[in-house]
Design a protein around this ligand. Structure first.
Ligand SMILES: C[S@@+](CC[C@H](N)C(=O)[O-])C[C@H]1O[C@@H](n2cnc3c(N)ncnc32)[C@H](O)[C@@H]1O
Length: 213
């Protein structure tokens, strides 16, 4: 007999449509990925990219739609000398002035700090993270790997996020989620820290976003 959880996975796989509305919209708008619309929704609701946001760190930036969105938002706000620095283990393919992207494992905090110092950045006005490890399909292992990876980025918020700065962090509502949220709140304060699931996120997905606004 097929295991119940396996049948759910098979149904989810059969109903999953990679070419959905947001995928088509991303193609039309020139964004590298549909994730841009999630950031857009978060930005519209929580005013992440306001006139004070000039320096942004993007964690897990490939293929580059958040880099594109951040750059566009800062252009709209007529920010002088904007700077976006993105990190990913895979290359991002966007070519935008003021957007710098590095093939760099975010877990190597020292290397990341060196790169930020090279840009003369001591503090960021916003840190956005859409990072996710490759999943292997075993929920418990995936959950542990995902939270552990996010945990390695906590020192970056401590070091680089300016007081009153903004943050957007993708996270999965798997075991370890509550603990991560409370660790993050301890670090940056609980004022203006909420979780939000954008409409552009598939209903069946456990993905949600921690937002500091
Ligand atoms: C959902 S994608 C990000 C999409 C991106 N925000 C965009 O809009 O184009 C998640 C990314 O996290 C990256 N990632 C996974 N582990 C990482 C690590 N240790 N350091 C940096 N990036 C990592 C993956 O390579 C992947 O490109």
């Amino acid at each position: 007999m097929i295991d119940f959880r396996l049948s759910i996975r098979i149904i989810a796989f059969m109903t999953y449509n990679p070419y959905d509305h947001y995928f088509k919209q991303a193609k039309k708008s020139g964004y590298k990925a549909r994730s841009a619309f999630k950031l857009e929704e978060i930005d519209k609701k929580y005013k992440i990219f306001d006139k004070n946001v000039k320096t942004v760190m993007d964690i897990g930036c490939s293929p580059g739609s958040w880099l594109q969105y951040a750059s566009d938002a800062m252009k709209k706000n007529r920010i002088k000398n904007p700077l976006v620095v993105g990190f990913d283990i895979k290359p991002a393919t966007v070519e935008i002035p003021d957007v710098h992207r590095y093939v760099q494992d975010i877990q190597d905090t020292e290397a990341v700090e060196k790169i930020m110092a090279g840009h003369g950045v001591e503090k960021c006005d916003a840190i956005i993270s859409d990072m996710a490890p490759n999943t292997i399909g075993f929920k418990d292992i995936d959950a542990i790997r995902s939270i552990e990876l996010l945990r390695t980025t906590l020192p970056l918020y401590e070091k680089f996020l300016k007081e009153g700065g903004k943050a957007v962090i993708k996270i999965f509502m798997w075991p370890g989620f509550e603990e991560f949220l409370s660790e993050f709140r301890k670090l940056v304060g609980s004022k203006n820290v909420k979780t939000f699931k954008p409409q552009a996120t598939r209903k069946e997905s456990k993905e949600t976003y921690i937002v500091k606004f």
